[in-house]
Design a protein around this ligand. Structure first.
Ligand code: ADP
Ligand code: MG
Length: 412
């Protein structure tokens, strides 16, 4: 079935056509009718499968129909997200799909001046897409009234219902009218979070696509066993081998992000960093430079693991393995989006083997190993333009010895 045949406003169909969306994806096909009916929905589908439009299309349609009841433009739909970049991105999707409608859409994030936000809120907003912090500030200052919200969306629902955010969500619920529609979306969900989600809604419809394997089928992923101190040489080599590719590198902490940045700088590789310590204007600038391809390599913490939809990310590198197993799925899901294919590799040092185990048990299968021959390993750490580390000479000697014995054996 094509979008043309859907019973949705022609103004929405027009923008879908402009966006090049012809057919719904699986999750869109299944979720749109339920949302239009007014059901509460828990929608689970792999990364990059179009979950945003799966809720944005029916919400825009429903609110267009109801807009004559909302002349004062009170917030009718609230979408909550865990990071600022995501709130901005999702607001843009609503704006793109809702372009020809009269609905007003606002992305609301912290870290920027609140005066312009207040001005827009005072003029009236139909759809508010927000991170919790700034939203609560403005609720308590009386600039946001949530008492007329019809639809609440928690995207990246498992994270929004997890420890860090659950209090915020419960606070939001207190402000909402008793009757409203609730939609949860994520690529990952566990039993505990599912129970929690069900406890805050009435009879949700669960829609799950490809439940067995949470990893996107468009992503080929492997693990390479590399000593901690050698990781930077392998990253250098990978970046130099794929000079025209967009590469997203994940590290465990902001300190490590800056360290890897410095190591790449020493070998003439231009990279960007993204983490929670940057101020908002820097964060926006970085995302923009990576999006437009001005700089091809972004080194990020898990703040960018979820939801971010950047066209043309070819390669995801887990420079450090993620502490939380589901973040493995989210991180590598930054590539292979829509119909695109992507690749991911994880650099695993001996200390990280238990984390690798946990990830494999989470995704329910072993990750294929990218074998690195000893000679290749040595070549990589000698290929560097950086001052090599202490053990490279040792390895070099060892490899030469091995090579010699192999040759001897061959002669026999
Ligand atoms: P998810 O939230 O499932 O990870 P997104 O909503 O970010 O995925 O969408 C991933 C990509 O797929 C986006 O670039 C989006 O523009 C594209 N997309 C979504 N729906 C369609 C569709 N029906 N046809 C073509 N492309 C689509
Ligand atoms: Mg998403």
């Amino acid at each position: 079935m094509k979008f043309e045949q859907y019973n949705i406003s022609p103004l929405i169909k027009q923008s879908l056509e402009e966006l090049g969306f012809k057919k719904p994806t699986d999750i869109q096909f299944k979720a749109i009718p339920s949302i239009l009916k007014g059901d509460d929905v828990l929608g689970i589908a792999q990364t990059g499968t179009g979950k945003t439009a799966a809720f944005a299309i029916p919400i825009l349609h429903l609110l267009m129909r109801r807009s004559h009841h909302n002349l004062r433009r009170q917030v009718k739909c609230l979408v909550m997200l865990p990071t600022r970049e995501l709130a901005i991105q999702i607001a843009q999707v609503f704006k793109d799909i809702g372009k020809h409608t009269e609905l007003t859409i606002l992305g609301l994030v912290g870290g920027v001046d609140q005066a312009p936000q207040i001005k827009k809120l005072d003029k009236g907003v139909d759809i508010l897409i927000a991170t919790p912090g700034r939203m609560f500030d403005l609720v308590s200052q009386g600039h946001i009234d949530l008492s007329r919200v019809d639809i609440l969306v928690l995207d990246e629902a498992d994270q929004m219902l997890d420890l860090g955010f659950i209090k915020d969500i419960r606070d939001v619920m207190k402000h909402l009218p008793a009757r409203h529609q609730t939609l949860f979306f994520s690529a990952t969900i566990d039993e505990k979070i599912k129970d929690l989600a069900y406890s805050i809604v009435h009879n949700p419809i669960r829609i799950q696509i490809s439940p067995k394997d949470p990893v996107s089928k468009n992503v080929t992923h492997s693990v390479a066993h590399i000593a901690m101190d050698d990781k930077r040489f392998f990253l250098e080599r990978l970046i130099k081998e794929f000079p025209n590719q967009k590469i997203l590198v994940f590290v465990r902490t902001k300190v490590r992000a800056e360290r890897v940045f410095a190591a790449m700088q020493r070998v003439g590789i231009d990279t960007l960093t993204m983490h929670g310590d940057k101020d908002q204007s820097d964060r926006l600038k970085v995302m923009n430079e990576f999006k437009t391809g001005k700089v091809q390599v972004l080194i990020a913490t898990d703040v960018s693991a979820r939801g971010i939809d950047i066209q043309g990310v070819d390669y995801v590198v887990n420079y450090d393995l993620p502490d939380i197993p589901e973040n493995y799925v989210h991180r590598i899901g930054r590539t292979g989006r829509g119909v695109n294919k992507g690749r991911a590799v994880s650099f695993c040092c001996p200390e990280e083997l238990p984390i690798l185990e946990a990830i494999q048990s989470y995704i329910g299968k072993p990750i294929s190993v990218m074998t690195i021959e000893k000679t290749d390993y040595v070549e990589t750490i000698t290929f560097t333009e950086d001052t090599p580390n202490d053990n490279w000479q040792l390895l070099l000697d060892e490899a030469e010895k091995e090579d010699a014995t192999r040759k001897k054996k061959k002669k026999k």
